[in-house]
Ligand binder design. Sequence first.
Ligand code: DOR
Ligand code: ZN
Ligand code: ZN
Length: 426
Amino acid sequence: MKDLLLKNGTLLTPKGKRLADLLVREGKIVEMGEGLSEEGVEIVDCEGKFVLPGVIDVHVHLREPGGEAKEDFLSGTAAALAGGVTYVLDMPNNSPATISRELLKEKRELVTSKAKVDFDLYMGAAINEDGSTNVDEFLESDAIAYKIYVGSSTGNLLVSKKEALEEIFAKVAEAGKLICVHAEDEVMIQQNMKLFEGQDDPMIHGKIRSEEVAYQSTKMVLHLARKYETRVNICHLSTKRELDEFAAFKSEKITCEVAPHHLFLTELELERQGNFAKMNPPLRREKDCKALMEGIKNGLINMVATDHAPHLTSEKEQPYRAAPSGVPGLETSLPLMLNAVNNGQLTLEDVVRVMCAEPAQIFDLIGKGRLEVGADADLVIVDMDLEKTVENGGPGAEFTKCKWSPFAGQKLKGWPIKTMINGDFA
Ligand code: DOR
Ligand code: ZN
Ligand code: ZN
């Protein structure tokens, strides 16, 4: 492995921005300072560029095993690299779903040699044949966290009964492990589906999976987390109402993440893009986007994670009910956030907090998420002046197998140009 010296970049360190050089040796950051010089190292000119810690995306669906036509670990992690993402946490709604240590081991064996970035795997919560949950299986596993679908989404994972959830939250709290929740109220979803029976227009998606559906479920989960003092992360929080509720519960143990599509797109996209803008939870209104953006600026929201969930164009072109939910995001999340910095909506420090530092802290990823001496050399060089338009099959949707993006047509300013993982430019 060659040692590298990054010259004259603006480094985003935990102590703030700093125009300096950065020396990488054997995969680690060994020195940061002005005017560094070193024999026999490869020089990387970073003049005029910014150097950020590699992005950690704590919520992706890379579809292996079972959905390899949509994505696999090779294509999904290539998409990650292109997006400046150096670490992904992969969800368990595979086929078969990752609900036991055996299946987790098989999945790890299947994907490890294909992964171009660092990764960890979730285990999914499930109900056993005898009615008990698989929580003990999780507690004995090396899964990064336990994913609970309190409301149904893509795949067949679902644990919505209060008694089962009470047992899970208590046991996981005892073990000090982390639960991540997809919070939508299953009973309300089913009721609303009946209400709209016979209709097949994508615009009903936000009515079936309404603000109320998300709010009631998130509230229930927050109360359980507080009751049992469980470490809980609310996935893809999408509404102002949920955020206001979350604010009253936020603690070291109770955290949340938001997805770029909920920050930068509104429900109007369902009219424009049809099922290509269909995901769970659905796109919301302008006021919700604004509240989420404000939540990042004021420090309330812990993380931005993509919920990268590719589906094939042919699947999305089906009628509303048959079309699966989910959108890709790995290649556009950092550019969207950098573009928001260029627009004056956010600072680079905000971006590093929600995409690098807090994800590493919440998921205990040692040596990750911070540019500091001793840390792993996972970093991304970004050009804040580079402008590109997101294009299906092109920038922003080039490496994902699905080859489309809900952001196609958007011109973004600020793109990653080189991504380093453990000291190697991949
Ligand atoms: O839109 C979604 N797609 N939401 C989820 O919860 C799952 C995901 C997927 O796996 O397709
Ligand atoms: Zn989800
Ligand atoms: Zn997801």
